[in-house]
Write a protein that binds this ligand. Structure first.
Ligand code: FES
Ligand code: FES
Length: 153
């Protein structure tokens, strides 16, 4: 299949990569650009493990064609913690919020987006913000508590 070059700003660095027309963003990030934090869970938009920021808004990168990211700014977990863990990430650690950690990158990005838009969310708003990020291990309580705590300090 014919390959097409695309350019994107990935975690603050300009990158170029050749893609095929049906490549999805999560595969290109992981396999061609070496960014491993977006995980492939359901591969159909249900679980949120592949969440990344695309031009400042979170998207499920398993549902985005890589060609749609041509010229875009992409930020993954690696990008938001490039200068060390954020206050929110430290709060997740303090609350032992994750067990296997598979959901963590997507959860951190969804919570980060929430706090960017709404620095003092109530519990319902937190639940709503992470509703699209499935966690099979924790029952969500330590995740929600960590986000609440991060808004207080
Ligand atoms: Fe993309 Fe599940 S892998 S939403
Ligand atoms: Fe295992 Fe969330 S910590 S899926």
């Amino acid at each position: 299949m014919k390959k097409t070059p695309i350019q994107l700003m990935l975690n603050g660095v300009k990158r170029q990569v050749e893609i095929e027309p049906n490549d999805v963003l999560v595969d290109v990030l992981r396999e061609k650009l070496g960014v491993k934090s977006p995980k492939i869970g359901c591969d159909r938009g249900d679980c949120g493990t592949c969440t990344v920021f695309l031009n400042g808004r979170t998207v499920r990168s398993c549902l985005v064609l890589a060609i749609e990211a041509d010229g875009a700014e992409i930020v993954t977990l690696e990008g938001i913690s490039k200068h060390g863990p954020t206050k929110l990430q430290k709060s997740f650690v303090a609350h032992s919020s994750f067990q296997c950690g598979f959901c963590a990158p997507g959860m951190v990005l969804s919570a980060t987006e929430l706090l960017q838009k709404n620095p003092k969310p109530n519990r319902g708003e937190i639940q709503e913000a992470i509703a699209g990020n499935l966690c099979r291990c924790t029952g969500y309580a330590p995740i929600i508590e960590a986000i609440e705590d991060a808004t207080k300090k």
